[in-house]
Design a protein around this ligand. Structure first.
Ligand SMILES: Nc1ncnc2c1ncn2[C@@H]1O[C@H](COP(=O)(O)OP(=O)(O)OP(=O)(O)O)[C@@H](O)[C@H]1O
Ligand SMILES: [Mg+2]
Length: 248
C-alpha cells in the first residue's frame, strides 16, 4: 500500500458466515477506506446480502472485522450503527403508518434531541420529492419514494460507512441516478459507501473500487479505473466467458 493511502475504515479478513449449519461466505477479505465508494457485485445468491448482514451484526460470523480501528466481534446491529456503520437493508423497510418525518426521527432515536430536527432536514435535502411529503404517511409514498426514505433513514445517522443493498431495485432510471448521486455527495463529505448493485455499468462508473463475490468467495478485486472490467467481471462471476450477458 502506498504511504499516502489512509488506514482502512472497514477491514474484513477471513470472514465466514451463513445460516445455521450452511456456510455461505468463505474466507472473505475486503477493505474500505474513508471517503471511498466500493461496489460489491456478484450474481444472485452469491452472498452479497449475507456479507452486509454479517458486517453490520445481523448475522454471526467468524474471522475479523475492524471498523474505525475497533473490533466488531460480537457487536449487535445497534452497536455497529452507533459506531457509524449504517446498513440500509435490501428492500425498503419503513413504517407505513408513520409520517415521513417521524420515520426519520425514529431512525435518529439516539441522536441528541436538539440535533434531531436538523439531521432530518439534512437527510431530506438529498430527496426533494419526499421532503415535500414530510407530513404524509410513508405508506402514501410510491415504492420508489419509500426506497429513498429508507436511504434517508440511514443518512439521519450521519454514517461513516453507509452500506446500501440494491438501493436502485424497483426505481425508475431518474430515481436510480438520484440515489447514486447521493452516494457521490457523501463521498465528497468523506463518507464511505459500500454499494451492492445489479446495475453494473452504473456501479462501475460511480465506484472507486469493486469486489466481485461468486459462491461466497471474493473472485475479483479491482480499481474501477482498470481496463476491461465488465468482461473480467463476467469471467469472475461464471468462471468463463459469457459473450452477451451483463452489459446492461
Ligand atoms: N435466511 C436464509 N436462510 C438460509 N439460507 C439463506 C438465507 N438467506 C440467504 N440464504 C442463502 O445464502 C446464499 C446467499 O444469499 P444472499 O441473499 O446473501 O445472496 P445475494 O448475493 O444477496 O443475492 P441477490 O443478488 O439475489 O440479492 C444463497 O444461497 C441463499 O439461498
Ligand atoms: Mg441480496
Amino acid at each position: 500500500m502506498p504511504i499516502s493511502a489512509p488506514e482502512p475504515l472497514l477491514s474484513v479478513a477471513g470472514l465466514s458466515a451463513g445460516y445455521g449449519k450452511i456456510t455461505v461466505l468463505h474466507d472473505v477479505s475486503l477493505t474500505i477506506r474513508p471517503g471511498e465508494i466500493v461496489a460489491l457485485l456478484g450474481p444472485n445468491g452469491a452472498g452479497k446480502t449475507t456479507l452486509l448482514c454479517a458486517v453490520s451484526g445481523l448475522l454471526p460470523w467468524t474471522g475479523t472485522v475492524h471498523f474505525g480501528g475497533a473490533d466488531l466481534a460480537g457487536l449487535s446491529p445497534r452497536e455497529t450503527a452507533r459506531r457509524g456503520l449504517v446498513h440500509v437493508v435490501e428492500g425498503h423497510r419503513v413504517f407505513t403508518q408513520l409520517s415521513v418525518a417521524d420515520n426519520l426521527l425514529l431512525a435518529g432515536y439516539d441522536v441528541p434531541r436538539g440535533e434531531r430536527a436538523a439531521r432530518v432536514d439534512e437527510a431530506l435535502s438529498h430527496f426533494p420529492e419526499i421532503a415535500a411529503k414530510r407530513a404524509d404517511k410513508a405508506g402514501a409514498l410510491s415504492g420508489g419514494q419509500q426506497q429513498m426514505l429508507a436511504v434517508a433513514q440511514g443518512l439521519v445517522r450521519r454514517p461513516r460507512l453507509l452500506m446500501l443493498d440494491e438501493p436502485s431495485a424497483g426505481l425508475s432510471p431518474v430515481l436510480v441516478d438520484r440515489v447514486l448521486a447521493v452516494a457521490a455527495a457523501l463521498r465528497a463529505n468523506g463518507t464511505a459507501v459500500l454499494l451492492v448493485e445489479q446495475l453494473i455499468e452504473k456501479a462501475l462508473r460511480l465506484a472507486d473500487r469493486v469486489y466481485a463475490l461468486a459462491q461466497g468467495r471474493i473472485v475479483l478485486e479491482a480499481a474501477t479505473s482498470e481496463d476491461d472490467l465488465p468482461h473480467r467481471l463476467e469471467r469472475a462471476y461464471f468462471g468463463h466467458d459469457v459473450p452477451t450477458a451483463l452489459h446492461g
